[in-house]
Design a protein around this ligand. Structure first.
Ligand code: KIV
Ligand code: ZN
Length: 384
């Protein structure tokens, strides 16, 4: 498969790793609704499900394959013949199908999950890729728990699966274990030591158990990964997966750190898609979540509000309109200064001179101490 070395492929797994979260299950029509938005958002790959896991998941992959035209539709399997046969069947209507197969790569998984040996696991990995390849051209291999795998063994496995036909090699930090420099070094090692590595795309798949999923994914990109696996709102197993919106905005804000590299993401859709996924999956977004949290563009302390009103870039590294929000929020609380109060009063049509503003400000502070935050109605009351 030919890939563009200057493109960062965004692989969305909201509908697979995200949907595994208890309470987040979606109906097939909800999945289609989200998938169509993901297509508009500009993701390159949608992981639609794990077809062998249930008839419902199988059907969702079938329906998503029919509904989506321009994005690769991917189905997850374990490294066995039956899973792969079922996934290939579920993908039969996909215009651009991908099978994502794999097996554990750490000694922990090899010993305690598979009760096996490194040699046997390697053979199973190669056999799975070859079998998937008999159905589709595009085969992604995941080396589960690569974050804790022995590096030389991981390199051997990656080389073998690429030789067997894998087009993408996924290096999951399944348990969110690595530090960014460790995960970045792993990718660098594979780049430098796997002789056929340029025949495949390296993919980062990070979990957030230590709050490092985004940092680790970025470290992977800095060291040669060209696909990032992520979810809307960072939803996913346990503490979640890498958050798609965080990766995209880091790439945008720090574009000069990634010369010549770009993705197709339209960040203006973030607020809309984040709210849709949150409500359909019944999973609230924490208010202080980067990019899409309710407070991500809300300025509340007096010092910040004053600086923001003098020049928004004093306290704004991303413009809210770039993520689909109408404007930043200046929240009126007892920590707000006169400048913020004046701004809100002018917005409501009140022009006050300095002395009158000082009087109203005193009243405002008393009200704000009692009421915590102040809305437009409260301001009208103050002026009466
Ligand atoms: O975290 C993980 O290792 C996974 C694989 C199945 C890709 O989700
Ligand atoms: Zn995962």
């Amino acid at each position: 498969m030919l890939h563009d070395p200057n493109h960062l492929y965004i692989f969305d797994t909201t509908l697979r790793d995200g949907e595994q979260v208890p309470g987040c299950q979606l109906t097939t029509s909800e999945k289609i609704d989200i998938a169509k938005d993901l297509e508009l958002l500009g993701v390159d790959i949608i992981e639609a499900g794990f077809p062998v896991s249930s008839p419902g998941d199988f059907q969702s992959v079938v329906e998503l394959s029919k509904a989506v035209d321009n994005v690769i539709i991917c189905a997850l399997t374990r490294a066995n013949k039956n899973d792969i046969d079922v996934a290939a069947d579920a993908l039969k209507y996909a215009k651009r199908p991908r099978i994502h197969t794999g097996i554990g790569s750490s000694d922990m998984h090899i010993q305690y999950k598979f009760n096996s040996t490194r040699e046997e696991i390697l053979e199973r990995a190669v056999a799975a890729v070859k079998h998937a390849k008999s159905y589709v051209e595009d085969v992604e291999f995941y080396a589960e728990d690569a974050g804790r795998a022995d590096l030389a063994y991981l390199a051997k496995m990656v080389e073998a699966v690429i030789a067997a036909g894998a087009t993408v090699v996924n290096i999951p930090d399944t348990n969110g274990y690595c530090l960014p420099d460790q995960y970045g070094a792993k990718i660098k090692y594979l780049k430098e030591n796997v002789k056929n590595i340029d025949e495949a795309i390296i993919s980062a798949h990070c979990h957030n158990d230590l709050g490092l999923a985004t940092a680790n994914s970025i470290a992977a990109v800095q060291n040669g990964a060209r696909q990032v696996e992520c979810t809307i709102n960072g939803i996913g197993e346990r503490a979640g997966n890498t958050s798609l919106e965080e990766v995209a905005m880091i790439m945008q804000v720090h574009a000069n750190q990634f010369p010549g590299l770009s993705s197709s993401i339209n960040s203006k859709m973030f607020t809309h898609i984040s709210r849709k996924v949150s409500s359909m999956m019944r999973m609230p977004v924490q208010p202080n979540k980067a990019i899409v949290g309710k407070n991500a563009f809300a300025h509340s302390s007096g010092i910040h509000q004053d600086g923001f009103l003098k020049h928004r870039e004093n306290y704004e590294i991303i413009r809210p309109e770039d993520v689909g929000l109408a404007e930043a929020d200046i929240i009126l609380t007892a920590r707000s200064g006169r400048h913020a109060l004046k701004h809100h009063l002018e917005r409501l049509g009140y022009q006050l001179d300095k002395d009158n503003l000082a009087v109203i400000y005193e009243k405002f502070l008393i009200m704000a101490d009692a009421k915590k935050d102040i809305n437009d109605e409260d301001l009208h009351t103050l002026l009466k």
